[in-house]
Structure formats: structure tokens, C-alpha cells
Design a protein around this ligand. Structure first.
Ligand code: HEC
Ligand code: HEC
Length: 322
């Protein structure tokens, strides 16, 4: 009797007083933080740079041309079109929540957002610029002189009007903006925090996601973005040499067709899917994934469940974009 009482008391204690963070720890997915840290003044400069065409060689495109903030921060085209109408060779992924990815780009060839932000500016099929040209243009722009002045904090000192703006400052501001692109409070995150219930269909979709094993690759705070995995783990997926898989970077044969597992946050907004945009719809993406990566051919009813669950992963627009 005494031990029964002890056990009962212990259960009450566990349920009532265990910190909520420990409760989440039992789920393979964590919610995005509602409050995030970033330098808002610097990020606002980055926002202006992100949407301005000044960073592209022929002033035809901006970062936002390929990362549409209304389409989950991604691009609806198969491959993005860069300066001079040049086509890239891979689908543009979302820029949302990228601060939580362990590496950047499909093949994870850079580690940080700072390194990443420099990539598209130089890429000849994206913006096609060099460091000197960026500095020349930004320094000649009154708009950016004004934006940087008294807003860009460097080593405890604010940049003053007419001080030279360096390339590194430009990249730092863009990276700070990228840090602000977090989409909190999705229905699923609210569910994880105990603030909202999932519908029966959504809940069974989440169960399926765990039971079939999607969660072995898509887990953690970004529901992906934390490991490299092979596309076609169980049933080989047709490999196209020209795509930037991990192999194209490391040249290790076992890295062929290996990619950073993409985040599934806001996935309902960012069609088409996969590095080669071969899945036009979420339904197709789910079918291909379960077939090639888990070896299951799933039913229409199961697809419905998955879609209901994946729809709960759409978060709020990042505060900086409001
Ligand atoms: C011409 C289209 C285009 C432009 C312009 C462009 N991007 Fe991208 N972006 C892409 C593509 C395509 C990829 C994927 C490249 C890869 O993985 O090899 C990408 C990848 C990224 C990633 C990595 C996301 C991840 O999950 O790995 C971030 C972040 C990003 N871009 C931010 C930016 C910023 C900031 C700018 C402006 C300075 C910019 N992009 C300009 C097309 C573009
Ligand atoms: C073995 C690891 C693994 C498993 C298991 C797995 N995925 Fe994936 N998933 C990936 C990789 C890697 C990609 C990127 C593939 C590509 O671009 O070619 C991906 C891409 C996706 C995409 C497209 C994302 C985008 O932005 O284009 C969706 C949707 C998806 N997975 C859903 C699922 C679902 C649902 C399941 C379970 C049925 C699942 N995945 C199981 C590794 C996995």
C-alpha cells in the first residue's frame, strides 16, 4: 500500500512538475524557439540587401528572386534563373530556419551562414559578382550608406556615414538577416508545447511518420537539416551526375547521391521537391520517399495522413518580414 502511494505520488510529480523541456525530449522533433537572438539593426540592413538587385551583376535579380518569402523561402521553378538568364543546376531550398541546419547547401559544402551568404553573390550562374564590385556599388549607393550608418555595429562601434562599407560587412548583414528567418508557432510546435491538439488525421500522420521510419532522417528542431543521407537508401534512385551531391564535393564514392536531409518545416509551401525538383507535389514526394528510402509502397489513405501531418509544420512568417 505504501509503495503504491509512493508510486502514485511520483507519477503526479512527474506529470505536474517535470520541466516541459524534458517532456519534449521524448519526442524526436523539437519546437522552434519563439524568441530568437539576433542583432535587429544589422538584420534590417541584411533584409534590404536580400531584396535589392544591387548585388547581381546585371542588376536583374536579388536573393529574393530565388528565395520567395511567400513560398516558404524557396523557388517554385525547377532550377532558379540567375544573372543573364543563366540556369542553375539544382532546386533552390528554403532560406527559412537555415540557422538550425548543421551545414548549408544540398551537399553541405559550407558550415556557417556567413560562409553561405558569400556563395550566391560569387556564383557565376546566380549573381556573378566579385568582392570589389560589391564594395564599389554599395559604397556608391546613398540608400545603403544611410542604412549602414549608425545601424551596423562592429567591435562595439557603430559604422558612421561615409566610412567605407566592406564586403565582409555586407555578408555579415545578410547572414544576420538569415538568422532572423525563423518561422515559429506552427500547429505542430504548439502541439509539442501542449498548447493545441492535433486532429485525428494529423495525429495519425505523425504516428505513421514515426512508425514507418521517416523520423530516422527527418528529426530534431528542423525535422531534417542535421545529417547527410543517401537518396535511395533502400531502392536506388536514378542518379544524375550533374547535381551537386555530397560526392561532387568530397569525391568519395560512397557519397554519391548523398544530400543533407532537407528540413520539412513549411514543406507544404515549397513545391517542387527534391534537389532535382522531380516531385511536383507533396503527394509525389511522400510516395518517392517511402518507396526509395524506406521500401514501402504506401496507400492513398496513408498519403492523406502524411499530408495532414506535414501541413501542421507551416509556421508563422518570421517577425522581421512583417
Ligand atoms: C539564382 C538563384 C539564387 C539566388 C539569386 C540566390 N540563391 Fe540561395 N540558393 C539557390 C540555390 C539553387 C541553392 C542550393 C544550392 C546548392 O545546394 O548547391 C541556394 C541555397 C541557399 C541557402 C542554403 C539553404 C540550405 O538549406 O542549404 C541559403 C541560406 C541561401 N541560398 C541564401 C541566399 C542568399 C542570402 C542570397 C543572396 C545573397 C541567395 N541565396 C541568392 C538559389 C539562389
Ligand atoms: C534515409 C533517410 C530518409 C528517410 C527515411 C526519409 N527521408 Fe525524406 N528526405 C531525405 C533526403 C536525403 C531528402 C532529399 C532528397 C533529394 O533532394 O533528392 C529528403 C527529402 C524529403 C522531402 C522533400 C523536401 C524538399 O524540400 O524538397 C520530403 C517531403 C520528405 N523527404 C518526406 C519524407 C517522408 C514523409 C518520409 C517517410 C515516408 C521520409 N521523407 C523519409 C531523407 C530521408
Amino acid at each position: 500500500m505504501k509503495s503504491f502511494l509512493l508510486i502514485s505520488l511520483l507519477s503526479v510529480y512527474l506529470v505536474c512538475f517535470l520541466p516541459t523541456s524534458l517532456l519534449w525530449a521524448r519526442e524526436p522533433i523539437e519546437p522552434l524557439p519563439v524568441e530568437i537572438d539576433y542583432d535587429i539593426k544589422k538584420a534590417e540592413i541584411g533584409k534590404a540587401l536580400f531584396t535589392d538587385k544591387i548585388l547581381s551583376k546585371d542588376r536583374s535579380i536579388s536573393c529574393a528572386s530565388c528565395h520567395d518569402i511567400d513560398l516558404g523561402g524557396a523557388d517554385k521553378r525547377v532550377v532558379s534563373i540567375g544573372v543573364g538568364g543563366l540556369k542553375g543546376n539544382v532546386q533552390s531550398p528554403t532560406v527559412f530556419n537555415s540557422r538550425y541546419n548543421f551545414k548549408q547547401f544540398w551537399n553541405g559544402r559550407v558550415d556557417s551562414l556567413l560562409e553561405q551568404a558569400s556563395g550566391p553573390v560569387h556564383n557565376p550562374t546566380e549573381m556573378g559578382m566579385d568582392k570589389d564590385e560589391v564594395e564599389k556599388r554599395i559604397n556608391a549607393s546613398e540608400k545603403f550608406q544611410k542604412l549602414f550608418s549608425r545601424n551596423f555595429l562592429d567591435n562595439g562601434k557603430f559604422y558612421q556615414f561615409n566610412d567605407p562599407i566592406t564586403y565582409d560587412m555586407v555578408i555579415e548583414a545578410i547572414a544576420e538577416f538569415e538568422k532572423a528567418l525563423v518561422t515559429p508557432n506552427s500547429k505542430f510546435d504548439r502541439y509539442l508545447r501542449g498548447e493545441e491538439q492535433l486532429s485525428q488525421l494529423e495525429a495519425s500522420g505523425y504516428q505513421l511518420f514515426k512508425n514507418l521510419g521517416c523520423v530516422t532522417c527527418h528529426n530534431g528542431i528542423n525535422i531534417g537539416g542535421n545529417s547527410f543521407q543517401k537518396m535511395g537508401t533502400i531502392i536506388p534512385y536514378t542518379y544524375k551526375e550533374s547535381y551537386p551531391d555530397r560526392y561532387s564535393f568530397t569525391l568519395k564514392p560512397y557519397h554519391k547521391n548523398v544530400f543533407k536531409v532537407p528540413t520539412l518545416r513549411n514543406i507544404a509551401l515549397s513545391a517542387p521537391y527534391f534537389h532535382d525538383a522531380s516531385a511536383k507535389t507533396l503527394e509525389q514526394a511522400i510516395k518517392t520517399m517511402s518507396h526509395h528510402n524506406l521500401g514501402y509502397n504506401i496507400s492513398d489513405q496513408q498519403i492523406k495522413k502524411f499530408i495532414a501531418f506535414l501541413n501542421t509544420l507551416t509556421g508563422e512568417k518570421p517577425a522581421i518580414l512583417e
